[in-house]
Ligand binder design. Structure first.
Ligand SMILES: [Zn+2]
Ligand SMILES: [Zn+2]
Length: 313
């Protein structure tokens, strides 16, 4: 038991140091490190007549596809190493048209690293203003920059609507949550919504604390999704889909709020991060949530980083 705890603390210290250096999932996932792409298979699920979701692995952002007479529109682009498999999955649905648009839900590499190969073929990459702004920021030696070919060329501020393949596709920029450049994509006619990495499926979501995100924003936007959607809406999460509903979002929102409050209380009591992790504030929520990329210790570290930064201000 003793050794186990030391192990946890060591790993945690490393994880927090990495997060502080910007080595969170953004940079890490951008390069697709530690993922064996050759082994991954893409699973396609049909959500409506001309709408599909494609999943590759828990660490790869879920892609949505709209197809029709105008061509193909995608939400997010996986990794370049998966490009051929993704194209094969698109064509396997019978979609023959060119990929005209890729809409990015946010800047993280597990959703945008594949952009460049689409852009090379003439696809227009669309995202919220902040995605482009942050992707163009100079990075440190330790944090690789986003490749220029992946940077969106069409950006919007708070809302935008695309009319394509007979659908009205609403892009909604919610208050900063996972990052400060999040987009919720709502296919109004089909009543299907892609919420990127906002709280939806059962997991410990990454919080982009170095990309303008915050735990309180995540909690607020979970509630916002349920205002923008209705109880019949098929909600596609950024990971571990293919579809969730209000029930899952409500449970996630409660979990976020409960754990956030526990951690805030312990910070106020003067506890260190190691002590907070050892107190296991996620313990009663771990079941069913260990399938994602973020361990409870790492998740606690993200919330701790976010809350302590805000308290200092
Ligand atoms: Zn993601
Ligand atoms: Zn993300």
């Amino acid at each position: 038991m003793h050794n186990f705890r030391i192990g946890v603390v060591k790993t945690l210290a490393a994880a927090v140091a990495m997060a502080a250096l910007g080595f969170g999932t953004a940079a890490h996932a951008q390069q697709g490190q530690a993922m064996d792409f050759a082994k991954l298979q893409i699973k396609t699920t049909k959500l409506a007549d001309n709408l599909y979701v494609m999943e590759a692995a828990p660490g790869v952002g879920n892609v949505m596809m709209l197809t029709g007479a105008d061509g193909v529109l995608l939400i997010d682009s996986m990794f370049p190493q998966l490009h051929d498999k993704l194209m094969a999955a698109i064509r396997a649905t019978g979609a023959t048209g060119p990929v005209k648009y890729v809409i990015n839900t946010h800047l993280h590499g597990d959703h945008t690293a594949g952009n460049g190969l689409f852009a090379k073929d003439g696809t227009v990459i669309i995202a919220q203003d902040s995605v482009r702004r942050r992707m163009l920021l100079p990075k440190s030696e330790l944090t690789p920059a986003y490749p220029p070919e992946n940077v969106p060329t069409v950006t919007y501020n708070d809302r935008m609507t695309l009319h394509f393949d007979g659908e009205d596709i609403e892009l909604i920029h919610p208050p900063a949550a996972h990052t400060d450049g999040d987009t919720i994509v709502y296919f109004k006619k089909a009543n299907v919504m892609h919420v990127g990495d906002l709280p939806a499926s059962f997991r410990f979501n990454n919080i982009g604390v170095n990309d303008g995100g915050s735990v309180d924003g995540m909690i607020a936007d979970g509630k916002l999704v349920m205002k923008l959607a209705n109880s019949q809406t098929k909600i596609v999460p950024g990971h571990l889909g293919p579809v969730v509903g209000f029930k899952e979002i409500t449970i996630q929102d409660t979990m976020f709020q409960t754990v956030r409050d526990r951690i805030a209380k312990m910070i106020k009591q003067g506890k260190t991060l190691e002590q907070i992790v050892a107190a296991e504030p996620t313990k009663d929520f771990n079941e069913g949530r260990l399938g994602g990329n973020i361990t409870p210790a790492r998740w606690i570290g993200l919330i701790y980083t976010d809350l302590t930064r805000r308290m200092k201000k």
